[in-house]
Write a protein that binds this ligand. Sequence first.
Ligand code: ADP
Length: 171
Amino acid sequence: MKIEVIKGDITKIHADAIVNAANSSLLGGGGVDGAIHRAGGPKILEECRVIRNRQGKCSTGEAVVTTAGNLPSKYVIHTVGPVWNDHKEKSSELLSNCYKNSLKLAGDLGVKVIAFPNISTGIYKFPKELAGEIAVNEVRKFQSDSIEKVIFVCFDEENEEIYKKKLKESF
Ligand code: ADP
């Protein structure tokens, strides 16, 4: 599996699936969630509502999928990152689950290229270094017959440097 780190806006990425750092309501929010719904149009939110009516809210660490509306990808995988709360072990496990469950869902859908934002490192205040380490480790560990490439789309230079460093260290 190829792993790439780039700086950019995930709504512009041409991949089979992009991942959204959603909140448990699935009804949209700020940050990357707001950007995805703005750029993708109302179809994504409609599908999120259907999922919500079926299963209730999405728990932290879990992932659900919708189509991608007007975005250049096929799917949006919505995962709910943990809010950083100083329970390092628990928060780390939940963030690991976000990556694992998103990758698993993508694999089941036959996704070849998937792009992740830096989940939980914005409004949810997860320490960036630790979040980067968890993200890279989970992707490295993941075995898939379908996924060929994972792109970490960093919105700021600090995260871009962190993810590049963590990726280098993981070889
Ligand atoms: P969370 O609530 O999980 O912290 P945020 O959306 O606040 O979610 O932040 C997650 C990460 O997404 C942050 O690093 C933020 O800078 C980044 N981000 C915000 N907008 C975009 C975007 N359009 N594309 C990629 N990353 C983005």
